[in-house]
Design a protein around this ligand. Sequence first.
Ligand code: DGL
Length: 234
Amino acid sequence: MGKIGVFDSGIGGLTVLDELYEVLPKEDFIFYADSIHNPYGEKSDEELYQITSDIVEYLIERDCHIIVIACNTATTRCIQYLREHFPEVVFIGTEPAVKVACDGNYKNTLVMATPATIQSERLQLLIHDNQKENNHFYLAPCYGLANAIEDGDTKKQNEIIYNLYEEYKENNIDSIVLGCTHYPHISELISSYFKDAVLLDGAMGVARETKRQMELHNLITNQGTGNVEIIKTK
Ligand code: DGL
């Protein structure tokens, strides 16, 4: 019986897995938390291609026909490459919730993401395709933040968010796109500085899209028990 493969550079993927579990309670999952390679967001495309291909090969061996990339960085940098190299797999990506910000008519949106996501063409395209006249985007590459969350380094997390607030406190930020799946783990900290901003992330959208694609490709088993096998590389 096929399982749903989910991977990320660590605990970020859990924020997506939570929603997947809600939407698909009768499936089983393998969650590959690749903490040893964290941070993905500060690696080259070549390194990321290698790392993610190895994970995909492993998940295919474990009978996963659908793989959820529970990571904005790996999605924006590698999903095309992975789709070309593993055409037998259905890939679902996680992307910064830029469309949600545009649809919600927010005026000043701060996009927090890893440097690799911020520099990606995909993010530029998402903004270009969805932006309305009144939407203004501020792009913040959060160096070291995913790693500080992975390592539970609260001092560093606080320092990074404090500096971010100092940089953008005059910009009337009304919404923040959490463009890295690690960031929802510190949403309270972020909200404690940016008190007037609504936090947006794409996890629920990813879960719904996974279910839709599974239906489309006849991959729903309805025979699982919501079991999650966790593989942690560190
Ligand atoms: N959680 C990942 C993301 O959504 C990446 C974190 C990292 O390893 O840099 O971008």
